[in-house]
Design a protein around this ligand. Structure first.
Ligand SMILES: [Zn+2]
Length: 272
């Protein structure tokens, strides 16, 4: 039986990703126990482990109630162990997480920026080892057509973290933890009005959202086409950021920082 990865929608725009194989499940960033318990009951799944990417409450709020009912290992960043509290396995760069019931190994990457201790889990479905079709559980670091806000880290840190993710094989599926895609695309279209891939994606995602379907997962290859934060070396992005921010010749890191500030102050025009 194949590994499946499906979203549990929660709050207004969170997704708790559920990794599942043969009746066993692992949940990522459960900010609330209720929606997770309902899915486990509906699909008659046994919870085997919990993965955490960072310590924000909408990613860890369900830990206490879930571990009270399911005494399972909880993996998360060592650097945020004190604030998360419930970790049984504190992880650092280069660690590997072996999830035996899923026959799945995940690599741990430290991807600071959104928070200082933020980690991502990089996986490869063992059945697809030769296709290169891996996936990444990237929390609030990379979003489709956008990236996380700088709550704790620097623009330089987030730029480097996103650069690592962007270097994954293009077919790598990207599981972000928020449905921010349409709002991000509205900004991407202002940065790059001539980017046809962005325009097409707005139409595609509008249709998906109208049907109540998630816009995720994305892929690294797709993000390289539509995500301005992965395109800070593209001449169109460079020119747009320089004009908006009134800055001259700039390094990619400086363009990235100015782009992030621009997005922080951006309010999407209200569409009818
Ligand atoms: Zn967060």
């Amino acid at each position: 039986m194949d590994l499946s990865i499906t979203p549990i929608p929660a709050f207004t725009d969170n997704y708790f990703w559920l990794l599942e194989r043969g009746g066993t499940a692992v949940v990522v960033d459960p900010g609330d126990a209720g929606p997770v318990e309902r899915v486990l009951a509906d699909r008659r799944l046994v919870l085997a482990a919990i993965l955490v990417t960072h310590h924000h409450f909408d990613h860890i709020g369900g830990l206490k109630a879930l571990t009270a009912r399911h005494p399972v290992p909880v993996y998360g960043p060592a650097a945020e162990q004190r604030t998360i509290g419930a970790l049984t396995h504190a992880l650092q760069e280069g660690d590997r997480v072996w999830l035996a019931p899923l026959n799945l190994e995940l690599q741990v990457w430290e991807v600071p920026g959104h928070t200082l201790g933020h980690i991502a889990y990089v996986g490869k479905d063992p059945r697809q080892q030769n296709s290169g079709a891996g996936f990444v559980l990237c929390g609030d670091t990379l979003f489709s057509a956008g990236c996380g806000r700088l709550f704790e880290g620097t623009a330089e840190q987030l730029h480097r973290s996103l650069g690592r993710l962007a270097a994954l094989p293009p077919a790598t599926r990207v599981y972000c933890t928020h449905e921010y895609t349409l709002a991000n695309l509205a900004f991407a279209a202002v940065v790059e009005p001539d980017n046809a891939a962005v325009r097409e994606e707005i139409g595609r995602v509008r249709e998906l959202r109208a049907r109540g379907e998630p816009s995720l997962p994305s892929t690294i290859g797709h993000e390289l086409q539509i995500n301005p934060f992965l395109r800070v070396e593209d001449p169109a992005v460079v020119v747009a950021v320089q004009r908006q921010s009134a800055i001259g010749a700039s390094s990619p890191g400086e363009i990235f920082a100015a782009l992030r500030r621009w997005k922080d102050g951006f309010r999407a025009p209200i569409s009818p």
